[in-house]
Design a binder for this molecule. Structure first.
Ligand code: SF4
Length: 362
C-alpha cells in the first residue's frame, strides 16, 4: 500500500508482461517481474486497506493495481473485481481510480457498472507511441477499450482519456495531437501528462540503445512549455473533444461533477482551462486550513511527529519535517488543499512539473 497524489493505492498483485520501456516498475526494482503474482488474498488486502491509518471511509481517494501491473490483465482482473465488490459491498463511496491500457470486454463494463456505491473512474492510458521498443503493446488497444467503456448507457462509472506520456519528438507531431483530441471525444474528460524520467528509467534506455527523450532526469513529470501550448491549441481546435485537464484528480473530479480533491484550485493558474461550472464547484469547496488544524490532523501519525507548518496562504501550505510524501498526501486529501514540501518548491505557472523545457523565472 502506498499513498500517492491521486490516492491511497492498493497493490497486492504485482508483475506485468506489457514491458513499456518507461514503466515506473524500473524504480521499484520490479522490472523483471513479468508474471502477475498475488502477495496475499484479496480479502486480506481489502481489510488492510480499510484499516490503514490513512484510510477514511467515503473520503480517501483510492487506486488499485496502478503501480506494478495492469488491472485488466488476465490473472489480475479477477482480483480487481473481488476487491471492488468487497469495498462496494461495505457501502463505501470513496473515489477509486483504475488505470489501464489493456483490453476491456463487454462483460467487464457490465460488472463495473453494477457497483452501486464507489465512485469508479477508468483511466485509459494512451500515448500514440508506435516505436515497439518503447511500447510493445499498442496504445490503440486502450483507445478501443475506452470507446467500449464509454458507450454503455446508462452507466455509473466515468471514463478518462489518459494521454501520456507525451514526449517531444516521439509522439507530439500535429497528427499525434489531432488524433488524441479526436479520441478524447469518447471519454468524460481528458488529462495530458509527461514522462517520469528518473535515473533507473534512463539507465534502462541507455542499456538498451533506446533514443533518450531528455538529457537530464527529474523528480517530477516532464512537460515542456511549448508542448503544453500546442496541446491546448490542438484541443481548442477540435470540436467536441473532451474537456482537458493538467491534473489527474481534476479530470476525475470533473467527470463525477465534484470539486478537485487535491485542492488545485488554490494554484489559480492551473484552472485557466477549466469550464466555468467546474471552477465554481472548486471555488465553493476551497477552504484554507489553519496551521493548527493541519497539526491536529496528524496527531495519530507517528511518522508526522516532526511536521512543521511554515506558512499557509490561499494557494497552499508550506510544510517541512515529513519523512516522505505519504503523510503530505494524507493532509492534502483530508483538507482538499495543496500541501507543498518546502524542500521542493512549486514555481509560478510551472504546474508542479519538472524544470526541463521551461524558461527559468526572472
Ligand atoms: S477549477 Fe481548477 S482545481 Fe478545480 S477541477 Fe478545474 S482546474 Fe482543477
Amino acid at each position: 500500500m502506498e499513498y500517492r497524489k491521486s490516492g491511497l493505492s492498493l497493490n497486492h498483485v504485482q508483475g506485468c508482461p506489457l514491458d513499456c520501456a518507461y514503466c515506473i516498475r524500473h524504480t521499484y526494482g520490479l522490472w523483471d517481474s513479468r508474471k502477475p503474482t498475488a502477495l496475499m488474498s484479496d480479502a486480506e488486502a481489502v481489510e488492510l486497506l480499510v484499516r490503514h491509518r490513512y484510510f477514511r471511509p467515503h473520503t480517501t481517494p483510492l487506486q488499485i493495481f496502478n503501480r506494478a501491473t495492469d488491472p485488466l490483465l488476465p490473472g489480475v482482473k479477477d482480483h480487481l473485481f473481488v476487491c471492488l465488490e468487497d469495498l462496494d459491498g461495505r457501502g463505501l463511496t470513496n473515489h477509486i481510480l483504475i488505470i489501464t491500457r489493456f483490453i476491456l470486454k463487454p462483460e467487464d463494463r457490465e460488472r463495473l457498472n453494477a457497483l452501486a456505491n464507489l465512485k469508479v473512474t477508468l483511466l485509459f492510458t494512451y500515448s500514440g507511441i508506435t516505436d515497439k521498443r518503447i511500447e510493445p503493446f499498442a496504445s490503440s488497444i486502450a483507445a478501443v477499450s475506452m470507446k467500449l467503456a464509454s458507450e454503455l448507457r446508462p452507466r455509473r462509472y466515468r471514463t478518462v482519456f489518459y494521454w501520456r506520456p507525451l514526449v517531444p519528438g516521439l509522439n507530439d507531431s500535429p497528427e499525434h495531437l489531432a488524433t488524441a483530441a479526436e479520441l478524447s471525444k469518447h471519454a468524460d474528460a481528458a488529462v495530458f501528462t509527461g514522462l517520469f524520467y528518473r535515473g533507473e528509467i534512463a539507465d534502462y534506455y541507455k542499456a538498451n540503445g533506446l533514443p533518450e527523450p531528455y538529457e537530464g532526469t527529474a523528480r517530477r513529470k516532464i512537460v515542456p512549455e511549448t508542448l503544453e501550448q500546442r496541446v491546448l491549441e490542438a484541443f481548442a481546435h477540435a470540436e467536441g473533444s473532451a474537456v482537458l485537464f493538467r491534473k489527474t484528480s481534476c479530470a476525475v473530479a470533473y467527470a463525477h461533477g465534484l470539486p478537485d480533491y487535491n485542492g488545485h484550485y488554490g494554484i489559480r493558474e492551473l484552472c485557466d482551462i477549466c469550464p466555468v461550472r467546474q471552477l465554481q464547484l472548486c471555488a465553493g469547496a476551497h477552504n484554507i486550513p489553519t496551521a493548527r488544524q493541519l497539526q491536529e490532523a496528524v496527531v495519530d501519525l507517528p511518522e508526522a511527529a516532526g511536521l512543521m507548518v511554515l506558512d499557509v496562504t490561499e494557494r497552499a501550505a508550506q510544510v517541512e519535517g515529513l519523512p516522505d510524501e505519504q503523510p503530505r498526501y494524507f493532509l492534502q486529501h483530508r483538507f482538499a488543499f495543496q500541501i507543498h514540501d518546502a524542500g521542493h518548491p512549486h514555481l509560478l505557472n510551472r504546474h508542479g512539473r519538472a524544470e526541463i523545457g521551461w524558461e527559468q523565472p526572472a
